[in-house]
Design a protein around this ligand. Structure first.
Ligand SMILES: [Zn+2]
Ligand SMILES: [Zn+2]
Ligand SMILES: [Zn+2]
Length: 145
């Protein structure tokens, strides 16, 4: 039986395995980026830690997901929505890290401003994290007030 993400895996010349499908399924249903420990918690014992690490690394290299290092230094992963391809990510949106729920959001509508680097410097990647309180935490604190 064909699984939901077989087509995507095929497109990237990846073997269609159940663990890879599960990881994509989970990442696609969450509106925040997900860290490896969180994924482990959701998946349980079905996928061991090393396999999960390799899956995430492969997906990142293939341009399927991108990594966001949050304000605590933890790596979080989210689906790429741009024109990312193998070894070439174009996720030039900012990320928002909520200090209350720790959620890491892709703010796809806001691009990273152009940065003028000194002569001789060439940028390969750029990331921008805004920390603060997300809309969900904002409204729940209003309710409790
Ligand atoms: Zn990407
Ligand atoms: Zn929040
Ligand atoms: Zn993102």
């Amino acid at each position: 039986m064909a699984r939901k993400f077989d087509h995507l895996l095929e497109k990237h010349n990846l073997k269609k395995t159940a663990p890879r499908n599960s990881v994509l399924e989970i990442l696609s249903t969450r509106d925040v980026a997900t860290s490896q420990p969180d994924l482990e918690g959701i998946i349980g014992k079905d996928i061991d830690r090393v396999t999960l690490y390799r899956i995430l690394k492969t997906f990142e290299e293939k341009g399927i997901i991108h990594k966001i290092i949050d304000i605590n230094g933890t790596a979080n992963y989210a689906f790429c929505h741009g024109d990312c391809s193998e070894h070439h990510h174009q996720d030039e949106h900012i990320h928002f890290n909520c200090v209350s729920c720790q959620g890491v959001y892709c703010i796809n509508d806001v691009s990273i401003p152009h940065i003028n680097l000194p002569q001789g410097f060439s940028a390969h990647a750029i990331s921008m994290i805004v920390s603060g309180v997300c809309d969900k935490c904002q409204s729940s604190s209003e309710e409790n007030a």
